[in-house]
Design a protein around this ligand. Structure first.
Ligand code: CP
Length: 321
C-alpha cells in the first residue's frame, strides 16, 4: 500500500511522485490550474482552509519552496507557523519526533517539511496523528515532489501534449532530489523520452533502470529536445572530487545560447533554482526568451495550494471511492 494514501485511496500525504497514478498527478495539475487564477485577483484569497493550521518545518535552507508554501497556505486562508530551526529547541538536541509531538500538541493539521536526511518526510508521515498530513518539501537526495509538479505544470502550460515530448535534464543528476521526482512524474504523465545529460561521475549507476536515456555529450543530449532542464551542482551532497572544477563543468555542460540552438526551435529552458550563473548556464540563457524559470516560481504557489487542499480533504482526491 502506498504510504501517501489512506485506507480509502485518498491522497493524505504528499511525499513523492513515485508510485502515484496518472489520474492523481493530473488532478493536482488541473486543481492548480484553477488556483493559478486566484493569484491574479485583487484579493488573492479563498476560504478553503480557514481554521486549519499549517506548520512549515525547514531544517535546510530555502528561498522559493518555503515562501511559496507560506503564500499558498495564506491564500487558502490557513494559519501558518514558520518554525525557525536555527532558533528552535532542535539546536539544543531535541529529536525530530519530540519536535513533532510538541507541535502536534498545538493542534496543527499539516507539516510541510524540508530535511537534509532522505526519508525524513516518510518518517514523519509514519508517526503523525491520523488527522495530520505531511508534505515533503525536499528530503536529502530522495524527493522534491512539489517541485516536480510545478515543473510539470509549467511544461504543460507551454507544451500540453506530454506524450509527444523529449525532455533533457542536464547536470548533477546523481545528487538531485528534483531530478528523481521529475523523472518519476514525467514518466507517469506519459513523456516518452527523458534524457539525463552529465559527466559519468554525476549520472546514477543504472539510468536505464530509471527509464531515462543517459548522455555524456551535451550537444547530443540536447539535440531536438522540447524541454531543457538544468540542475544545480549539489556540492553539499558530493563526497570526494567528482568534478575537476566548476569552470571545467561550464566548459563541457554549461547551457549557452549556442548549445541551446541544438534543441527544438521552440524549446523551453527550466531550472528549479537557485541558479549558479556561469556554472550551469549562461545568463543570456537564464534571462533569455526561452527561459520559463520565473514562471516555475509563480506556478509553485498554485501547485502547493492544490497539494494542500487535496491532502487536507478540502478538495476531492482522485482515487477516493
Ligand atoms: N527549488 C528549490 O527547492 O529552491 P529553494 O531551495 O530556494 O526552496
Amino acid at each position: 500500500m502506498n504510504p501517501q494514501l489512506d485506507a480509502d485511496g485518498r491522497l493524505r500525504h504528499f511525499l513523492d511522485t513515485e508510485g502515484l497514478s496518472r489520474e492523481t498527478l493530473t488532478h493536482i495539475l488541473d486543481t492548480a490550474e484553477s488556483f493559478a487564477e486566484v493569484s491574479e485577483h485583487a484579493v488573492k484569497k479563498v476560504p478553503l482552509l480557514r481554521g486549519k493550521t499549517i506548520v512549515n518545518l525547514f531544517f535546510e535552507a530555502s528561498t522559493r519552496t518555503r515562501t511559496t508554501f507560506e503564500l499558498a497556505a495564506k491564500r487558502l486562508s490557513a494559519d501558518v507557523l514558520n518554525i525557525n530551526i536555527s532558533t528552535s529547541a532542535a539546536v539544543k538536541g531535541e529529536s525530530l519526533l519530540d519536535t513533532l509531538r510538541n507541535l502536534e500538541a498545538m493542534h496543527c493539521d499539516m507539516f510541510v517539511v524540508r530535511h537534509a536526511d532522505s526519508g525524513a518526510a516518510h518518517f514523519m508521515a509514519r508517526h503523525v496523528q491520523p488527522h495530520i498530513s505531511v508534505v515533503n518539501a525536499g528530503d536529502g537526495r530522495h524527493a522534491h515532489p512539489t517541485q516536480a509538479m510545478l515543473d510539470a505544470f509549467t511544461i504543460r502550460r507551454h507544451k500540453p501534449d506530454f506524450e509527444n515530448l523529449t525532455v533533457a535534464i542536464i547536470g548533477d543528476i546523481l545528487h538531485s532530489r528534483v531530478a528523481r521526482s521529475q523523472i518519476a512524474a514525467l514518466r507517469i504523465l506519459g513523456v516518452p523520452e527523458i534524457r539525463v545529460v552529465a559527466p559519468r561521475t554525476l549520472l546514477p549507476a543504472k539510468p536505464r533502470a530509471l527509464g531515462v536515456v543517459p548522455f555524456t555529450d551535451l550537444v547530443e543530449g540536447v539535440h531536438g529536445a522540447d524541454v531543457v532542464i538544468t540542475l544545480r551542482l549539489q556540492k553539499e551532497r558530493m563526497r570526494g572530487a567528482l568534478l575537476p572544477s566548476e569552470h571545467e563543468f561550464f566548459q563541457l555542460y554549461g547551457l549557452t545560447e549556442e548549445r541551446l540552438r541544438e534543441a527544438s526551435p521552440d524549446a523551453i529552458v527550466m531550472h528549479p533554482g537557485p541558479i549558479n550563473r556561469g556554472v550551469e548556464m549562461d545568463s543570456r540563457v537564464a534571462d533569455g526568451p526561452r527561459s520559463v524559470i520565473l514562471q516555475q516560481v509563480s506556478h509553485g504557489i498554485a501547485i502547493r495550494m492544490a497539494v494542500m487542499s487535496i491532502t487536507l480533504g478540502a478538495i476531492r482526491s482522485e482515487g477516493t471511492t
